[in-house]
Design a protein around this ligand. Structure first.
Ligand SMILES: NC(=O)c1ccc[n+]([C@@H]2O[C@H](COP(=O)([O-])OP(=O)(O)OC[C@H]3O[C@@H](n4cnc5c(N)ncnc54)[C@H](O)[C@@H]3O)[C@@H](O)[C@H]2O)c1
Length: 359
């Protein structure tokens, strides 16, 4: 790829934004990080120096005026995402944005209309999707070897204590917009939807037991999936030993992830066929697996192809909607102690905001 074919990106927010910069630089034949923006100039300069990013700005509006940028990648706190994405589209650039994309289903639906009118694209981040273990499961599903789904279990047991919640925007409904379900387990739960499809019915119990915060840090959820299978989700931020674990029981095979907390979609996964014939077919299909880059670099690599009309977007606004619809259902179920049916439309009491009691 010629250097002139590369997309020029600005990253906004120098926290997790650092991992985005690294991800773009891992696929440097496709992207060039041209600018970094953070209201904290010192934080931005440290990363710009480390990764040799030529321009540093402290005012988001300055990026809109840079004619040579193709993409603005938003890694700021959640309550800023909706407005910043709209500003990016208005400036005629593509928007990439960290999870949670926005703060309500109404906002996702509004962005979908804005995207359609803008001629530009919005790509929500779900980088866990691109680990090779999960991609192998997707290949087995696509080849029809998994069969009918029976039960999926997902466990997100991480450790977040007082130092983590010293950052002012965290732990509060007004700025974080949610707790462990929204900020931490959202990836593991997106991996479930990515493999099995959306949920049809949700019953959630949430509680705050680990930290002195407003939002939940433990949860247990029972799901009826749209395909009729069962799923069970467990979440805590109080686990001395951290792990993330997925286990999918299908009629044709059982798929089990590794348990590394932040990269459990990567290798190794185990796939156990239900019969000797299925075991052999699984081996044959997996021998054809073509590995692409993983995690952030993997999502950006596919984003480039999608913008050049080679395949669909790796994560779409519809995917973000599915994720935030589950969030809305889980919070409403926990608040009302009732089960909640999906899909959720404009007539639902929490369509405009999932915050309990409209905080
Ligand atoms: N995908 C993942 O695995 C993952 C991991 C961590 C965080 N995140 C998400 O990324 C986002 C940021 O989280 P973080 O942990 O990096 O937070 P952080 O507080 O460490 O960093 C956010 C940065 O944004 C800057 N900022 C705030 N307002 C700004 C503005 N108006 N213009 C420019 N910069 C501004 C802050 O100064 C700060 O440096 C959140 O939505 C979070 O949920 C995603």
């Amino acid at each position: 790829m010629a250097p002139s074919d590369r997309l020029r990106v600005a990253v906004v927010g120098a926290g997790i934004g650092r991992s985005h910069v690294r991800g773009y630089q891992q696929v440097a034949d496709r992207f060039e990080v041209a600018a970094l923006c953070d209201i904290d100039a010192e934080r931005a300069h440290a990363i710009a120096e480390e990764y040799r990013i030529p321009r540093v700005v402290t005012d988001f509006a300055e990026l809109s005026r840079m004619d040579d940028l193709d993409v603005i990648d938003i890694c700021t706190p959640p309550h800023l995402h909706f407005e910043q994405i709209q500003q990016v589209l208005a400036a005629g650039k593509h928007a990439v944005c960290e999870k949670p994309l926005v703060s309500s289903l109404r906002e996702v639906d509004e962005l979908a209309r804005g995207e359609a009118n803008s001629g530009r694209r919005i790509m929500p981040i779900f980088q866990y999707r691109f680990g090779h273990g999960l991609q192998k499961l997707k290949l087995l599903i696509a080849r029809g070897l998994t069969g009918k789904a029976y039960l999926s279990t997902v466990e997100t047991a991480w450790r977040r204590r007082a130092p983590y919640y010293k950052v002012a925007w965290r732990g509060k409904w007004a700025t974080e917009r949610g707790g462990a379900l929204l900020s931490h387990a959202i990836h593991a739960h997106d991996m479930l939807s990515y493999a099995i499809g959306p949920a049809a019915n949700v019953f959630a119990y949430t509680t705050t037991r680990v930290n002195n915060i407003e939002v939940e840090d433990c949860a247990s959820i029972a799901l009826e999936m749209a395909d009729g299978s069962a799923a069970s989700l467990g979440v805590t931020l109080g686990s001395a030993a951290e792990l993330t674990r997925h286990r999918f029981s299908f009629s044709g095979l059982v798929a089990e992830s590794n348990t590394r907390p932040y990269t459990n979609s990567g290798e190794p996964w185990t796939f156990t066929g239900d019969t000797p014939e299925l075991k052999e077919q699984i081996e044959q299909v997996l021998a054809e697996f073509q590995p692409l880059p993983e995690h952030y670099a993997g999502q950006f690599y596919r984003f480039y192809d999608a913008l050049h009309a080679e395949g669909g977007m790796p994560v779409t606004l519809a995917d973000a909607r599915t994720s935030l619809e589950l969030i809305t259902a889980m919070y409403y179920s926990a608040e009302t102690k009732t089960s909640v049916s999906l899909p959720i439309g404009a007539d639902h009491p929490r369509y405009a905001s999932w915050l309990p009691g409209r905080r």
